[in-house]
Design a protein around this ligand. Structure first.
Ligand code: 13P
Length: 251
């Protein structure tokens, strides 16, 4: 009923030339693996090259952020219309690295999400607890609150274009992975929160990914969980063989 989505988040890696080579290599490796959607979210300057290289394949291309204004005096930012015009289909919003290092808040995440939806982009909305929150037993409250704040004012109809990525901050780039049980439980809390806001139909049809050191070795176990509908993959999305193995596990 809901799609499994395997998405790479390249972060600040890969030049346009490397992007072209990567997608040219990857495309035949994942050809025909159609039981999940395959997305690569890449740096802004790589998007046009990625879109061109992915033409005619089952790989979709996304950005890693978007600004909330349509245009204006926002030096260094990129608008949703700019992304759409070059063929971008998805956008990651609210990644913990944006929240930690670049001052993103639930309020700006909410604004960016609304701008992206308005332009017709599909949003991969990231949220998750930090280590201290997990250790203090308040993970469920934290992710429920983030879910509510990040989605304020977003309609049930618009939820069709939102994927939630549950990314425990302590598991990102650390080699520490949430156990399949922890991932399932917390994705379940997010789903229950969606049910509270929108009702069970939206909750059951929303794709909720897990992200945080997902790799070729642990993907199958994580993806087997009922509330885990895919992955948002950092490090392992930079190697065609590892990323393919994760896509295969999802298939
Ligand atoms: P890693 O897979 O490198 O831990 O990164 C996860 C992530 O942040 C995806 O957005």
């Amino acid at each position: 009923m809901r799609r499994t989505v395997i998405a790479g988040n390249w972060k600040m890696n890969m030049t346009p030339a490397q992007t072209k080579a990567f997608i040219t290599d990857l495309a035949p490796m994942v050809a025909g693996m159609d039981k999940c959607d395959i997305v690569l979210c890449v740096p802004y300057v790589d998007i046009a090259t990625a879109v061109e290289a992915a033409k005619g394949t089952n790989i979709k291309i996304g950005a890693e952020n978007v600004h909330f204004a349509e245009s204006g005096a926002y030096t260094g930012e990129i608008s949703a219309a700019m992304l759409c015009e070059i063929g971008t289909e998805y956008v990651v919003i609210g990644h913990s690295e944006r929240r930690q290092y670049f001052g993103e808040t639930d309020e700006t995440v909410n604004l960016r999400t609304k701008a992206a939806l308005k332009a017709g982009l599909k949003v991969i909305l990231c949220l998750g607890e930090v280590k201290e929150e997990r250790l203090n037993g308040i993970t469920n409250e934290v992710v429920a609150m983030q879910t509510k704040l990040d989605l304020l004012g977003i309609s049930a109809e618009e939820m069709k274009n939102i994927i939630i990525a549950y990314e425990p901050v302590w598991a990102i780039g650390t080699g520490l992975t949430a156990t399949p049980e922890q991932a399932d439980e917390t994705c379940g809390v997010i789903r229950a929160t969606l049910a509270e806001i929108y009702g069970s139909e939206v909750a059951e049809s929303t794709t909720i990914q897990y992200g945080g050191s997902m790799n070729d070795a642990n993907a199958a176990e994580l993806l087997a969980k009922v509330n885990v509908d895919g992955g948002l993959i950092g490090g392992a999305s930079l190697k065609t063989d590892k990323f393919t193995a994760i896509v295969k596990a999802a298939n």
